[in-house]
Design a protein around this ligand. Sequence first.
Ligand SMILES: [Zn+2]
Length: 60
Amino acid sequence: MQNAWWEKQGNTWWVKCNCTKSFPASEQIIRHPTVKLRCPYCSAEFNAKDAVELYDPLET
Ligand SMILES: [Zn+2]
């Protein structure tokens, strides 16, 4: 993994989209009930609870 801006923010999770790609999202956004995540690969927008998978990169 390269150093990236999101790694400095701590609580970052990875979100898997329906298109099978995963992208990072902050825990703040994931816990927010109305803010939607937007997949950078297919532009899909969805709530974190509707994600195919959520996982903490530090625990995989
Ligand atoms: Zn996608």
